[in-house]
Design a protein around this ligand. Structure first.
Ligand code: NAG
Ligand code: NAG
Ligand code: NAG
Length: 444
């Protein structure tokens, strides 16, 4: 069974959506039909995002619910009908002669608690700050006052946290100009990205950056603006559930009972990754949902999957066959020069191996190969593998070590042990744990 990139998209959409009846003609007392949209002449019709909407803004709130804005309507989540924006963001209505928002983003700036996780809306030359769907005191204010140097009448905005941009930043789009705003120094750098379509909305989702234009979207690099891959793509196939759309159509979501992973690790910066076939998934992105992406998107040289991955000394060691690829983790993972190298040369063990993990603050990598575990001291030169000791499984798929001990993955189950020592010495198999939708975004 494959971890289907496309298939999971749909189930993510379902899992994070707010189930609501798909009534297109509800609310009989809704008289001021949106001017840009008419269904068979009925002015009461709500806009339907499956018709192909050019959004004004797309923004997640502090709980991770994504809002799509068009005119005076919004959609909550990836599924469900449009509703009036003023039902959810009431105070926007006091200015509702504007009837729309130009741009919106969710602020990422942990150093400043009274801005962090707030949604900022932009209307003409005003900015509104919302938290918990309530307007903050002192808003609206002039954009120039809050974000000096940023123009009014914006087209789109998106946050870019430190690590993805060089500092906590916001990207403001107007025409084909992008204003990179540094939140701390309040300085703006203007760039022209003429290769990118003019974005009417911009959205950061699971560390990926999307420019929406027409009913399409284009993924771009937040620092360089570079577009890689085949874009534009139709938003209806990815960001909403529409009849006859969706690249998951005809494919079955993965059942948790059939789930299986190849490798798992927690990087030194705390990011948790699982790998399966050619896809990886962040496991710690609870708020914004989970989604598999191609491994090669983050680790360029690994187009063919991995057998085992471990993190050590701010680097990620990725093992495939008899080779090891070592990546430095900066803003992005960069392959260290001279790699890949034979596993035998780097770690003193022959590939292929099934799993590898380092326990916190230790210099030992525990490598599992068949029914045996080998310890390798990473601080020694040259590195050599200890004599193998038996482990209580003929084969494991993946393993990881954390503050609460080690976890080994075998098929669709996983087992927890206090330490590598208790693992190898264990004679009684502990209670198996099962994959759940919460952990792996599979289907029960
Ligand atoms: C929202 O806006 C509509 C149309 O402008 C208006 O009829 C309605 O009373 C408003 N609702 C709220 C909750 O303010
Ligand atoms: C994009 O914006 C620029 C202004 O920055 C404008 O000249 C150009 O016509 C726009 N392109 C499209 C396709 O609308
Ligand atoms: C959307 O993208 C497709 C290619 O995927 C393209 O053919 C189409 O013209 C685009 N439509 C708009 C409105 O940008």
């Amino acid at each position: 069974m494959k971890l289907l990139l496309p298939a999971l998209c749909l189930c993510l959409a379902l899992a994070t959506s707010h189930a609501a009846p798909m009534h297109h003609e509800m609310m009989a007392d809704h008289h001021h039909g949106p001017p840009e949209h008419e269904h068979d002449g009925h002015h009461e019709a709500l806009p339907d995002r499956c018709d192909g909407i050019e959004f004004d803004a797309i923004v997640p709130d502090e709980k991770g619910t994504t809002f799509f804005f068009k005119g005076d309507h919004l959609w909550e989540g990836f599924n469900g009908p449009a509703k009036l924006s003023n039902g959810t963001f009431k105070e926007l209505d006091e200015y509702h002669h504007l009837g729309h928002v130009d741009a919106a983003f969710r602020m990422h700036h942990k150093e400043k608690a009274d801005d962090h996780d707030h949604i900022f809306f932009f209307l003409d030359d005003k900015v509104f700050s919302f938290y918990d769907h309530k307007l903050e005191k002192g808003y609206p204010m002039d954009i120039e006052q809050k974000f000096p140097g940023v123009p009014g009448h914006l087209d789109a905005a998106v946050e870019c946290p430190n690590g993805e941009c060089s500092t906590d930043s916001v990207l403001f789009f107007k025409g084909n100009e992008v204003h990179h705003y540094d939140i701390t120094t309040k300085t703006v750098k203007k760039r022209t990205w003429s290769h990118l379509p003019n974005c009417t909305a911009a959205f950061r989702w699971l560390e990926h950056y999307y420019c929406f234009h027409g009913h399409n979207f284009t993924r771009f690099h937040p620092v360089t603006g570079v577009v890689e891959g085949s874009y534009p793509k139709d938003a209806r196939n990815y960001f909403m559930r529409c009849p006859n759309f969706g690249h998951g159509a005809g494919r079955r979501p993965i059942r948790c009972s059939e789930m299986k992973i190849d490798a798992i690790t927690t990087a030194d910066d705390g990011k948790k990754y699982a790998f399966k076939d050619k896809a990886y998934m962040r496991l710690d992105s609870h708020r914004d949902g989970k989604h598999p992406f191609p491994i090669a998107r983050a680790w360029k040289e690994l187009s063919d999957g991995v057998d085992a991955v471990f993190s050590y000394d701010n680097k990620m060691y990725m093992i495939k066959g008899d080779q090891v690829y070592i990546y430095k983790s900066a803003a992005h993972y960069v392959l260290i020069e001279g790699y890949p190298k034979p596993l035998k040369e780097e770690l003193g063990i022959e590939g292929p191996v099934e799993a590898a993990f380092v326990c916190q603050d230790h210099h030992i990598v525990h490598v599992i190969k068949g029914p045996k575990m080998y310890d390798i001291d990473l601080s020694a030169t040259p590195r050599t593998a200890s004599q193998g000791i038996s482990v209580p499984f003929p084969h494991i798929d993946a393993g990881t070590c954390g503050p609460d001990g080690i976890t080994v993955f075998v098929g669709s189950e996983f087992f927890k042990y206090e330490s590598p020592k208790t693992f190898s010495a264990s004679r009684i198999r502990p209670q198996p744990h099962k994959f759940t939708p919460e952990i792996f975004s599979c289907e029960e």
